[in-house]
Design a binder for this molecule. Structure first.
Ligand SMILES: Cc1cc2nc3c(=O)[nH]c(=O)nc-3n(C[C@H](O)[C@H](O)[C@H](O)COP(=O)(O)OP(=O)(O)OC[C@H]3O[C@@H](n4cnc5c(N)ncnc54)[C@H](O)[C@@H]3O)c2cc1C
Length: 435
């Protein structure tokens, strides 16, 4: 009998963990043929992107090569961007991959499946607000985060070498959206300016040359998190001199700055858009499947799409119901990680002809890293309930989610070795990217 063909599209926080688990469990023994499709050749864990954008994390040192990982974990990898789906023929179609000059590297092709898992993540949602798409900076992928980091670095190099021009030296950054990404980015950028001074950029005066503004439509920052966590983060941002404006709805973004609903204008050299997400456009009503207003595939608790038993989704691109709640499972790496673990069990059930398990999201809490200044958060446990933490322990716990991701990809011992190697490298490498 032909092995079951499982195709996973999207090798991110959830999809890559699933491909690795399935390859080790079923691909190795020939019980299933596992294929991972991704539009890029390498993977970087998305929750690190704000650190990449601020230069406090070097993305190139932490790339995961899909080709190598596929070889190690017994799955196939196909480079390509999914553009369409034929549910009758059970085929995913991939657009041709082009190089920087527009020449074709990989042709258009189709990938047949028996079971399809969509794990293509999300992109920033501009909510149709004029000017956001043209002038906003997005942190949806590594290339965007790298471009932003280089632009900010160029600005500081200019300031360092073109004095005296105190009036022209200011860098005003407006961050729209005070969710975790916006809040964490503000702290990282604050840290970036101070690190540059340490590295000899002696003409930069962070208090004078960097102005960070956060605009949030809700009445408080971190609206999805508990009140006291939001208050604690607001206090720390205040201490750092970050200007926070809540209850302000952005109505337009221009090359000069941001207009809000109450007639205020915030000048900005960069407007970072971190105000919400949606699933990629190509998913909207794809092949007659049910999608919601955020283009997410509407799912059953088994993570199957509502209209096709063979099409599953996980992570940000799926809307999985939560019993007793009116909101689906939140779009976080934590949820994608848990869903990947459950889908690996679902495949065993599917191959064994048993009913599929239902997904239950376990909220382990939320942690907000304010760069190296502090980390604050709440942990949710069965025994302790909701516990507020801060400082070094919180920082360690924050990093654990990334370590869990590495463990899912490489195993426990290699993950520990990577931790040790990172520790050693911290002694020899600069604390931030200086190019
Ligand atoms: C700056 C930032 C900070 C965050 N911090 C946290 C945090 O601290 N904790 C937390 O839990 N969550 C955090 N998140 C959210 C978290 O990153 C996402 O929820 C998580 O990455 C979703 O995982 P995923 O597998 O659904 O998608 P992703 O990890 O986004 O992966 C999607 C993959 O699909 C590929 N892809 C996309 N379109 C196509 C296509 N058409 N064809 C082929 N491949 C495609 C992409 O290349 C990518 O590899 C953060 C997000 C951001 C942006």
């Amino acid at each position: 009998m032909e092995p079951h063909r499982i195709v996973i599209v999207g090798g991110g926080a959830g999809g890559l963990e699933l491909a690795t688990r399935l390859g080790n469990k079923f691909g190795k023994r020939g019980r299933a043929h596992v294929t991972l499709v991704d539009a890029r050749l390498t993977h970087l864990w998305k929750p690190l992107l704000h650190e990449v954008a601020a230069g406090t994390f070097d993305s190139h040192e932490n790339d995961v090569d899909y080709i190598a990982l596929a070889h190690q974990h017994h799955f196939d990898y196909r480079l390509g961007r999914m553009g369409g789906l034929d549910r009758t023929r059970r085929e995913v179609s991939l657009a041709p991959t082009l190089d920087e000059q527009g020449r074709e590297i990989v042709p258009r092709r189709v990938v047949p499946y028996d079971m399809l898992v969509l794990a293509v993540g999300s992109i920033s949602n501009d909510f149709g607000i004029p000017g956001v798409a043209e002038h906003g900076v997005f942190l949806d992928n590594r290339a965007q985060a790298d471009t932003f980091q280089r632009a900010v670095m160029r600005h500081y190099l200019h300031v360092q070498t073109h004095l005296p021009q105190p009036s022209a030296s200011g860098l005003q950054v407006v961050i729209v959206g005070a969710g975790a990404t916006g809040v964490e980015l503000a702290a990282e950028m604050h840290n970036m300016a101070r690190q540059l001074v340490v590295y000899g950029f002696n003409r930069i005066v962070p208090e004078r040359d960097l102005k960070l503004v956060i605009l949030e439509a809700a009445e408080r920052i971190l609206p999805a998190l508990p009140d006291r966590l939001s208050q604690a983060a607001q206090d720390r941002l205040h201490d750092l001199g970050v200007e926070v404006h809540t209850g302000r709805r952005v109505t337009q973004v221009t090359a000069e700055g941001v207009h809000t609903h109450d007639g205020r204008f915030f000048p900005a050299a960069f407007v970072v858009w971190a105000a919400g997400i949606k699933a990629p456009e190509f998913l909207r009503d794809i092949a007659g499947l049910e999608t919601n207003r955020l283009n997410q595939l509407v799912l059953r608790p088994t993570l199957q799409s509502t209209r096709d038993d063979d099409v599953f989704a996980l992570g940000d691109c799926g809307a999985c119901p939560q019993p007793g709640k009116d909101r689906p499972v939140p779009p976080t790496a934590q949820a994608a990680h848990q869903q990947a673990a459950m889908l690996a069990r679902s495949v065993a059930c599917r191959l064994g002809g048993r009913p599929l398990p239902a997904f239950t999201y376990h909220d382990r809490g939320s942690l907000i890293s304010l760069s190296h200044y502090t980390t604050i958060g709440s942990l949710m446990g069965n025994l302790l309930g909701d516990v507020m933490i801060e400082g070094r322990f919180a920082r360690l716990t924050y990093r654990m989610l990334y370590r869990l991701h590495q463990r899912a990809l490489y195993g426990t011992l290699p993950m520990l070795l990577l931790m040790f190697s990172d520790f050693l490298q911290r002694r020899t490498r600069p604390r931030m990217k200086l190019h």
